[in-house]
Design a protein around this ligand. Structure first.
Ligand code: B4P
Length: 189
């Protein structure tokens, strides 16, 4: 199976690129951000708890997102998965390895998109005008999210580098240009 972790700070293009990767490589898209927003929309207990954290730019607890992902891996028809926005902590990365081991499977590669902070802030504020997402509306919440990324998430890159699976790509340029880089990297991997 082809299992890809698409990694990067908020606004790096993970969600945008995942959609293109799924079409090209026939993978199942698992976005913890999308799964959490669906829970919020459905008004579930989990969604109500997650909403406060997401709106404030904080991470949702590891056990919640790990639980959400574990249900989705049980799929015999899958040719592979693209993990978008997950793992976001070292604990989540370890848990994902253990979950995949249960299916005699593993991560094939982690693709990390590198984008300067100023561009990330501009992209998210731009998306906030249309998306209605509370976490994209204010520059101070966006800066908090970038701080959380540096503080808790960036270590995930080292985790996969330690396994020889980390590939860093330039996330600047048009959506198509970035996709071409990702496509080439996946084909080589
Ligand atoms: P996510 O839904 O994962 O959202 P994100 O990081 O903000 O967005 P993404 O990176 O996918 O957006 P994209 O660049 O594609 O997470 C939201 C929140 O959920 C988190 O803050 C956290 O609270 C919670 N959460 C999610 N997963 C969690 C986990 N595992 N553990 C704990 N908490 C978790 O898009 C951004 C904008 O850039 C778009 O408007 C797009 O059009 C634009 N764009 C993309 N590529 C571009 C390009 N090349 N040029 C110009 N613009 C571009």
């Amino acid at each position: 199976m082809l299992n890809i972790v698409l990694f990067g700070p908020p606004g790096a293009g993970k969600g945008t690129q995942s959609k293109l990767i799924v079409d090209k490589f026939n993978l199942i898209h698992l976005s913890t951000g999308d799964l959490l927003r669906a829970e919020i929309k459905a008004g579930t207990e989990l969604g109500l708890k997650a909403k406060h954290l997401i709106d404030a730019g904080k991470l949702v607890p590891d056990e919640v997102v790990i639980g959400m992902i574990s249900h989705k891996l049980d799929n015999d028809k899958a040719e592979g998965f693209i993990f978008d926005g997950f793992p976001r902590t070292k604990e989540q990365a370890k848990a994902l390895d253990h979950l995949l081991e249960e299916y005699n499977d593993s991560i094939s590669a982690m693709i990390s998109l590198k984008v300067p902070e100023e561009e990330l802030i501009n992209r998210l504020l731009e998306r906030g005008k249309e998306s209605g997402r509370a976490d994209d509306q204010s520059e101070s919440v966006i800066k908090d999210r970038l701080h959380v990324y540096r503080d808790q998430t960036e270590v995930v890159k080292e985790y996969y580098a330690g396994q020889g699976k980390a590939i860093e790509l330039d996330g600047l340029g048009s959506v198509e240009q970035v996709f071409d880089r990702i496509k080439n990297a996946i084909e080589k991997a």
